[in-house]
Design a protein around this ligand. Structure first.
Ligand code: NAD
Ligand code: MG
Length: 400
């Protein structure tokens, strides 16, 4: 199998490369033909050399210059938005793993699907902001394979089940880093505390999104598009152990749940080797002898979750606005510019000012994204003073 990995220097990308090494070590044929990242040029070039990639893509022209100096001359070096789209449609790649973070991933998703590639999708923002655009480009059976652990679980639980047998889909949430904090304490939590997730080890944005449960609202939207399920038939359960990732409630009262240790290499590997399950499992026995707890998400406890879920249900451009506002608010929180609780407050305020547009085009979505970023910065400046900094454009988001 020949694959392209977008976002190769991130949390998912690095774990995907580990999975590839492991599969190759066991004699499974996997060739990494193309690799993309943002600004971590040296790291990207190192893996490009290791895997003898034929093409790479970086964020800008300056990064491309640096990459050219580090790679043999036969390696094609692309850059920017156009470069990422070209890489996603690389003629030699059969499967594209999109593990870019943020709204920047949508164009790559559309490019890969339009080129007829099988897409292993980690970039949840693709479905959150452009679900209808993504799904209308899925033409082949099993062309789009979810990497997000909850959706990988549902995908497996739904194998052999017909839509009429399904009552409801359930995804689980750990509750994030602050699940036991009082509302007063939340005013003062630091970025460092927000980045220590109790069960998963992930990139910075998704870790903060797990503490606000915004990540879970995004995942409900993701499930809505992936499994063509209405919002009232997708539920969220708080499950602090992160052992059950997703469950399908059947009409006759049976439940099919998928359990594994919280290790993203498991769903990544399944997306790469689908429909096969291949050994070895990560050596970890935390599955055994644990008490598993489940409860519904308490109303009012996670205001950012509620705001984003409402945006998902409103549909159109509203989820794109929620995503962009959240990206900016999380970046400002991580930079120490706003308190944790301002993420929910800002989301609510920006969403209230937005009039969603129905069935938006890619251009409409990107326009809503830009509007939301500007509006979020306007709100932050008004609320916290003019030292908050400048807005970024969608294609500038990066691992820094
Ligand atoms: P990360 O921040 O660790 O890595 C992001 C990667 O994307 C990096 O390689 C970065 O260089 C690249 N990138 C960023 N902006 C770019 C741009 N404009 N153009 C090209 N490349 C760009 O993020 P992550 O935690 O690996 O998450 C990646 C995606 O997977 C996100 O959408 C996240 O929600 C989703 N996801 C992650 C996890 C997890 O465990 N980390 C789990 C489920 C889903
Ligand atoms: Mg998830």
């Amino acid at each position: 199998m020949r694959i392209a990995i977008l976002g190769a220097t991130g949390s998912i990308g690095v774990q995907a490369l580990e999975v590839v090494r492991e599969l190759r070590g066991r004699g499974v044929e996997v060739q990494v033909v193309a690799l993309a990242a943002g600004r971590r040029v040296a790291e990207l070039c190192e893996v490009a050399r290791e895997f003898e990639a034929k093409a790479i893509c970086v964020l800008g022209e300056a990064e491309a210059e640096r990459a050219r100096a580090l790679l043999p001359s036969h390696v094609e070096v692309l850059w920017g938005r156009g470069g990422l789209e070209e890489l996603a449609a690389h003629p030699e790649a059969e499967l594209v793993l999109n593990a870019v973070v943020g709204a920047a991933g949508l164009r790559a998703t559309l490019a890969a699907l339009s080129a007829g590639k099988r897409l292993a999708l980690a970039n949840k923002e693709s479905l959150v902001i452009g679900g209808h655009l993504v799904m209308e480009r899925v033409h082949l059976h099993d062309q789009l394979i979810p990497v997000d652990s909850e959706h990988s679980a549902l995908w497996q639980a739904l194998r052999g089940i017909s839509p009429g047998e399904v009552e409801k889909l359930w995804i689980t949430a750990s509750g994030g880093a602050f699940r036991d904090r009082s509302p007063e304490e939340l005013e003062r939590v630091s970025p460092r505390e927000a980045l220590s997730h109790p069960t998963w080890n992930m990139g910075p944005r998704i870790t903060v999104d797990s503490a606000t449960l915004v990540n879970k609202a995004f995942e409900v939207i993701e499930a809505h598009w992936l499994f063509a399920m209405s919002y009232e038939r997708i539920g969220v359960l708080l499950h602090p152990q992160s052992i059950v990732h997703g469950a399908v409630e059947l009409v006759d009262g049976n439940w099919i749940a998928v359990l594994s240790t919280p290790d993203m290499r498991i769903p990544i590997k399944y997306a790469l080797t689908y429909p096969q399950h291949l050994p070895p499992p990560p050596r970890d026995f935390s599955l055994i002898g644990r008490d598993l707890e489940f409860r519904e998400v308490p109303t009012g406890r996670y205001p950012a979750f509620e705001a984003v879920l409402e945006a998902g249900i409103a549909g159109g451009t509203a989820p794109a606005v929620a995503n962009a506002a959240d990206e900016e608010l999380v970046a400002a929180f991580l930079a120490g510019k706003i308190p944790f609780t301002a993420i929910a407050e800002g989301l609510r305020s920006v969403l209230e000012r937005h009039v969603p547009m129905r069935s938006p085009s890619l251009g409409d979505i990107l326009a809503a994204d830009s509007w939301a970023r500007a509006e979020t910065h306007r709100w932050m400046t008004q609320r916290f003073g003019p030292t908050i900094g400048h807005e970024r454009r969608v294609d500038e988001s990066d691992d820094g």
